[in-house]
Design a protein around this ligand. Structure first.
Ligand code: BDR
Ligand code: CA
Length: 303
């Protein structure tokens, strides 16, 4: 099994990613930490707990950063709705979040694990940056980072920047320069692997999980006739099916101010860093395989 921790800001696609991670037998999800992003951290924490409660799982949730390291916080409620996860009535009797902060919980989980942990951030990287700054010793106990965010091409927030990196570019810079193997799961693939209208229709009648996902996904403000991007779910798909995704090693740097703030700049020609690389960048994906896998995962869930 792949032992992972998810740092997340649910968020419609985060909720779908959590659904896969909580239920796939090849993944052991040890901890969920929340961060401000799509909506405030109070809401993202609650939304993470709602998903855990929906599946009656025991995975702990720890609340994280309320705001980015330096930049002012701007949410994405225009895409994900005021609650961040609209359209479905979740149970109200939620488990309590941990008494400790996300950073403390991350440190404990990573240091106490018998095997190295894979970090899967699907929100902005504030908690991860704080963790690396406060407890640099954790870095040796992390297998790799598989992070949704960034783009070699256009952004989805500004023409240069993708939302997770745009929200906290200073944290992204720290994470990308931490010296840990990192896979950038960015818009280059997530905008290709759209969940098609046919897949969405199948979800609705599949089982209660499919209905829950369908009901929240149709509220995503970023849909088109071709389908809806399930950005964060691509991290889990990559963990389980790396053969369906093409990656390229390159140097990634982050723009932390000016009009291109939040841009992930890839040294695509290897021209500026003497062939040195710090990231494995996802550049292409088998969109049909993604859709088939998505439906299969949900169909196997016993709820
Ligand atoms: C990312 O931004 C958020 O709105 C999504 O949840 C995803 O993590 C896509 O740019
Ligand atoms: Ca997210």
């Amino acid at each position: 099994t792949i032992k992972i921790v998810m740092d997340t800001d649910p968020g419609i696609d985060d909720a779908a990613a959590l659904t896969m991670a909580l239920n796939d037998p090849q993944i052991e999800l040890k901890l969920i930490t929340s961060v401000a992003g799509n909506v405030t951290v109070d809401k993202t924490t609650k939304n993470a707990q709602k998903i855990v409660r929906f599946f009656n799982k025991k995975v702990p949730v720890a609340a994280g950063a309320k705001q980015p390291l330096i930049k002012e916080f701007e949410d994405a409620a225009r895409i994900h709705g005021e609650s961040g996860m609209p359209g479905y009535e979740f149970p109200e009797d939620l488990p309590k979040p941990l008494d400790v902060s996300a950073v403390e919980a991350l440190r404990e989980t990573i240091m106490n694990s018998d095997e190295k942990i894979t970090l899967v951030p699907t929100g902005s990287y504030t908690n991860i940056a704080l963790l690396f700054s406060e407890y640099p010793e954790v870095k040796d106990h992390i297998e790799r980072i598989v992070a949704m965010g960034g783009s070699l091409g256009k952004g989805n927030m500004t023409s240069a920047a993708e939302f997770n990196v745009f929200t906290d570019p200073d944290a992204a810079k720290i994470m990308y320069h931490a010296g840990i193997p990192i896979t950038m799961v960015g818009l280059d693939i997530t905008m290709k692997a759209l969940l098609t209208p046919e897949s969405l229709a199948k979800l609705e009648t599949m089982n209660e999980t499919g209905k829950m996902l369908h009901d929240i996904i149709i509220h995503d403000g970023d849909n088109s006739d071709q389908g809806i991007a399930m950005h964060d779910v691509n991290t889990i798909f990559y963990l389980l099916h790396p053969e369906a995704i093409k990656t390229e090693k390159m140097w990634i740097d982050i723009v932390t101010d000016g009009p291109a703030i939040g841009e992930t700049v890839g040294d695509i020609r290897g021209a500026y860093h003497d062939g040195k690389t710090n990231a494995n960048v996802c550049v292409d994906i088998d969109a049909q395989a993604f859709n088939e896998w998505f439906l299969e995962e949900v169909s196997k869930i016993n709820k």
